[in-house]
Design a protein around this ligand. Sequence first.
Ligand code: ZN
Length: 102
Amino acid sequence: MGAPIRHFTATTEQGQVFTVNIERDFRYDPYRDFLVCAHCDWSPSLLTTRRIIDMAGEHLASAHGAGRGLAQQENESFRKGRLIVLPIVAVVLIAFLVLVTR
Ligand SMILES: [Zn+2]
């Protein structure tokens, strides 16, 4: 489905790691984000005022017994992609300004 952009991980007493992902679906305009558990069918609505990390942590703890060391990481390839896109946008903007002000 979407591209995972952020991971929430937590660990069980036995050291097993469970992950909940935020997936961004670009088929929508504007894009939509979904919270999806990597281990079960859990995918709650994000139309809530609750913090996503709280929802993810609660699910990991209650459904998978992973209550330790809740952490979040940005997806590595997504982060790199943004680092590449930003300079390109800057170059295009500068080129545009040069053309307009000439
Ligand atoms: Zn789950």
